[in-house]
Design a protein around this ligand. Structure first.
Ligand code: IPE
Ligand code: IPE
Ligand code: MG
Length: 238
C-alpha cells in the first residue's frame, strides 16, 4: 500500500466465531477452528507489510464461564495449532509470546505455549502476542501484588508498566480492531489502550481477511492522533 502510515502495534479482539458457526447450522467450535485461519492471514499480511507487533485476544479471564466442552476445545485447539505451526514460525522469523495467567491453563497446552516461546525466542521480523486466560484487570492485580511483594514504597507509571505482561520494549497498541459488530473492550489490554485508535468491523472474525485488514489500516492512516495535545496546524497558529 503506497503512502500509508502503518501502525507499529495492532491488537485484535477476534469476535464472532460462535455466530459464524451458528449461521451455518454448525456447533460453535467450528467457528473457532475457522477463526484460526483468519489469525493466520493477518499474521502473514502483517509480516508482508512490515508491522512489528500483533496482539490477539484468544481467551479471556471471563471465558471460563462458557460450557466445559467449548473451553476444552479452545485449549486443545491452541495446543494443536502450536504443535503444527512452530517450525513455520521459526522459518518465517516470527516470534510468539503469551500474555495472561498461566496457573489455570491445562498442562499440555501450557507445555506447547512455553515451547513456542522458547523455540521462537530468537525470531524478530514480527512479534505476535497471544492473550490466553488474559484480563486487563487481572493483569493489573497481578502486577500490584508483585510490586507489594517486592516491598516497593512508591509507584509511578513507569514502575507499574514494568510489572505488566507485555515486555517493556513493546509499544502500546496504535490500533485495536474488534470484529462482529460489538463495540466494547471486554477487559482487553486496559492499561495500554489509553491512546489507542479503535476500529470496529461488522464482519465475523472467520470472515475477516486481508482486504478487511487493509481497510482498517487505511482508516487508521487517516486519523490524526493528538495524545492530549493539539492538531499540528493548531500548534503552528497558536
Ligand atoms: C470469539 O468468538 C472467540 C472467543 C471468545 C474465544 P465468540 O466465541 O465470542 O463468538 P460469538 O461472539 O459467540 O459469536
Ligand atoms: C472477547 O470476546 C474475548 C475474546 C475475543 C477472547 P467475548 O465474546 O468473550 O466478549 P463479550 O462477552 O461479548 O464481551
Ligand atoms: Mg463473542
Amino acid at each position: 500500500m503506497p503512502n500509508i502510515r502503518l501502525p507499529s502495534h495492532v491488537a485484535f479482539i477476534m469476535d464472532g466465531n460462535g455466530r459464524w458457526a451458528k449461521k451455518r447450522g454448525l456447533p460453535r467450535i467450528y467457528g473457532h477452528a475457522e477463526g484460526v485461519k483468519s489469525a493466520e492471514r493477518i499474521i502473514q499480511t502483517a509480516k508482508e507489510l512490515g508491522i512489528k507487533y500483533l496482539t490477539f485476544y484468544a481467551f479471556s479471564t471471563e471465558n471460563w464461564k462458557r460450557p466445559e466442552e467449548e473451553v476444552n476445545f479452545l485449549m486443545e485447539l491452541l495446543r494443536w495449532y502450536l504443535r503444527e505451526k512452530i517450525p513455520s514460525f521459526v522459518e518465517d522469523d516470527i516470534r510468539i509470546s503469551f500474555i495472561g495467567r498461566r496457573d489455570r491453563i491445562p498442562q499440555e497446552t501450557l507445555k506447547w505455549m512455553e515451547r513456542a516461546e522458547k523455540e521462537t525466542a530468537r525470531c524478530g521480523s514480527l512479534w505476535v502476542f497471544v492473550a490466553v486466560d488474559y484480563g486487563g484487570r487481572d493483569e493489573l492485580v497481578r502486577a500490584v501484588n508483585r510490586i507489594i511483594s517486592e516491598k516497593k514504597r512508591k509507584v509511578d507509571e513507569k514502575l507499574i508498566r514494568r510489572y505488566l505482561d507485555l515486555p517493556l520494549e513493546v509499544p502500546d497498541p496504535d490500533l485495536l480492531i474488534r470484529t462482529a459488530g460489538e463495540k466494547r473492550v471486554s477487559n482487553f489490554l486496559l492499561w495500554y489502550l489509553s491512546y489507542t485508535e479503535f476500529y470496529f468491523a461488522d464482519v465475523l472474525w472467520p470472515d475477516f481477511g486481508k482486504e478487511e485488514f487493509l481497510k482498517a489500516l487505511q482508516d487508521f492512516s487517516k486519523r490524526v492522533r493528538k495524545f492530549g495535545g493539539l492538531f499540528p496546524d493548531e500548534e503552528e497558529n497558536s
